[in-house]
Design a protein around this ligand. Structure first.
Ligand code: SF4
Ligand code: SF4
Length: 126
């Protein structure tokens, strides 16, 4: 379903304008203001990654309901591609989704955009 941003984030803002689904927010508060959620808010603190995510007020976040791993738009996640920090934008272990599910999701999120079904990241967890 999604990628997440770890607490390695240096809040450089490079990723935010690159997201084709408007899934990235400057912080958790901004995300929640849109009625969207971030991994770890409901699931608790199952992993170190999720803990850091929930506790981070000063890192960028990804709303999992809006992230399609860039499927349908690009052949790789754009946030990870532009991020200057390695292993900062990673696959969210809580929300694995197949490429078929992600394609359906991206179409629903972007009813007015052309979606290219051939654009599927090799890291999608089919
Ligand atoms: S993987 Fe793509 S859709 Fe998901 S947050 Fe990153 S840029 Fe946005
Ligand atoms: S590009 Fe990377 S370091 Fe910069 S704000 Fe996004 S996740 Fe954080």
């Amino acid at each position: 379903m999604a990628l997440l941003i770890t607490d390695e984030c240096i809040a450089c803002a490079a990723c935010l304008p690159e997201c084709p689904n408007e899934a990235i927010f400057e912080n958790l508060e901004d995300c929640e203001a849109e009625g969207l959620e971030v991994t770890g808010e409901e699931e608790g603190e199952d992993t170190e990654t999720q803990m850091s995510y929930v506790d981070g007020d000063n890192i960028y976040v990804i709303a999992y309901d809006r992230c399609t791993e860039c499927v349908g738009h690009f052949d790789e996640p754009q946030c990870a591609a532009v991020c200057p920090v390695s292993d900062c934008c990673i696959s969210d272990p809580t929300y694995p989704e197949t490429s078929a599910v992600l394609l359906d999701k991206v179409k629903k999120l972007n009813p007015d955009k052309d979606i290219d079904e051939s654009l599927v990241w090799s890291g999608v967890r089919n």
